[in-house]
Design a protein around this ligand. Structure first.
Ligand code: COI
Length: 375
């Protein structure tokens, strides 16, 4: 089946029309492109085109265009290189069986992009420009959307302070781009349980910080923990709160859920230090649709480990646009090494994953009207 959306089917087309297309004069050949989209790893290859747009304090947004993908030219004094004024988003374009191409909740990404920009004193990009820019790129590079299951065109809108100025202030000149990467599963091992390093020395962010914003700095701060995890054989890191060092927050680039013996789910509450994931929000709604109680609350890391050991927690999974839903099989720290149940993918985790992916791929009904047709 193919999703029937209640969004105006022409809405994205109309918004995309505001972007002037100058096609890449040297696109990949059909053979090159087919080889690149056949089984790409995550985030390593990029399509022919990109969106560009710029903002000046006295003029607002202008220069809406889709042009050839290529290097950016940046003044060495550009503020982003010194003060990290950058925010980004991640969303995917999905091929449905009938050849149509769809986006999943792009309006939610537009809203979060605005909230992230506000936190970093960057200008807000209107929802119409966000949706139009993404749709214009997908329309132009529709041939780059992989057709193989589990493979999608990962879209990365981002904005940065390009103004050449070393004073510390809200920027007066900003650039916005969208790039597209045909991508496979985020974890190279595919959909199998990952091991998580519980980081207790370094924190990702703190109260009143930028944790809720999708900005590069949060990811930069997570990498030292990621590195410590890799030294202990873990694929991902999980952070606890900086204020007390006790409460579970999120992984290096994903949210986290626990599944309990009685069927209820728990996930850390949005305290301002956690990214409000679009996938997180969707999972809460999908689980509730099926009658599962979902509690958003402060979860003590020690309690979680004890509940895994006792069998109270039967499954744990990570979620995000890139990771979709990925089972977690093991937690390791300086003091602990705990396997979740038998360390295999839990059945409820995989059921939720199939359901979410089924909606995204147009295989099952889309009761919340999450899908937007691009072309
Ligand atoms: C996403 O899931 O889209 C992200 O931005 C996470 C990143 C680690 C790839």
């Amino acid at each position: 089946m193919t999703s029937q959306s209640h969004h105006d089917p022409d809405a994205l087309n109309r918004l995309a029309a505001a972007f002037t297309v100058s096609p890449n004069a040297h696109p990949a050949s059909d053979e090159q492109r087919e080889a690149m989209i056949d089984k790409p790893a995550f985030g390593q290859v990029f399509s022919d085109s990109m969106v560009r747009m710029s903002w000046r304090k006295d003029q607002g947004w202008s220069g809406r265009s889709v042009e050839a993908y290529g290097p950016l030219s940046l003044d060495p004094a550009a503020a982003v290189l010194h003060y990290a004024q950058e925010v980004f988003e991640g969303l995917k374009a999905y091929h449905h069986d009938d050849g149509s191409i769809w986006l999943f909740r792009p309006d939610a990404n537009a809203e979060r992009f605005q909230n992230s920009a506000k936190r970093l004193s960057l200008p807000e990009l209107g929802t119409e420009d966000f949706l139009g820019s993404v749709a214009a790129l997908v329309r132009q590079d529709a041939a780059w959307v992989p057709r193989r299951r589990e493979y999608t065109l990962y879209l990365r809108p981002f904005m940065y302070a390009s103004e050449p100025y070393l004073g510390v202030r809200a920027p007066q000149q900003v650039d916005y781009c969208v790039i597209a990467s045909p991508s496979g599963p985020y974890f190279p091992g595919g959909v199998k349980p990952v091991s998580i390093w519980v980081e207790n020395r370094w924190f990702r962010t703190g109260p009143g910080g930028t944790g809720f914003a999708k900005c590069g700095g949060n990811y930069a701060a997570s990498m030292v923990g990621e590195g410590r995890g890799a030294q202990h054989g873990c694929e991902q890191v999980c952070f606890v709160d900086a204020a007390t060092g006790t409460y579970l927050e999120e992984l290096g680039g994903m949210n986290i859920f626990t599944v309990h013996r009685d069927g209820h789910l728990e996930t850390p509450s949005l305290t301002g230090t956690i990214l409000p994931g679009v996938t997180r929000r969707s999972i809460i709604e999908l689980a509730q649709d099926e009658g599962h109680e979902v509690s958003e609350r402060m979860i003590k890391m020690d309690d979680l480990l004890a509940d895994i050991r006792s069998g109270e927690v039967t499954e744990v999974f990570a979620c995000g646009t890139a990771a979709i839903i990925t089972p977690i099989g093991r937690f390791k720290s300086d003091e602990a090494d705990v396997t979740v149940a038998d360390g295999e993918s839990g059945s409820f985790t995989m059921h939720l994953r199939d359901k979410l992916l089924g909606i995204q791929l147009g295989e099952v009904d889309d009761p919340h009207d999450w899908m937007w047709k691009v072309c």
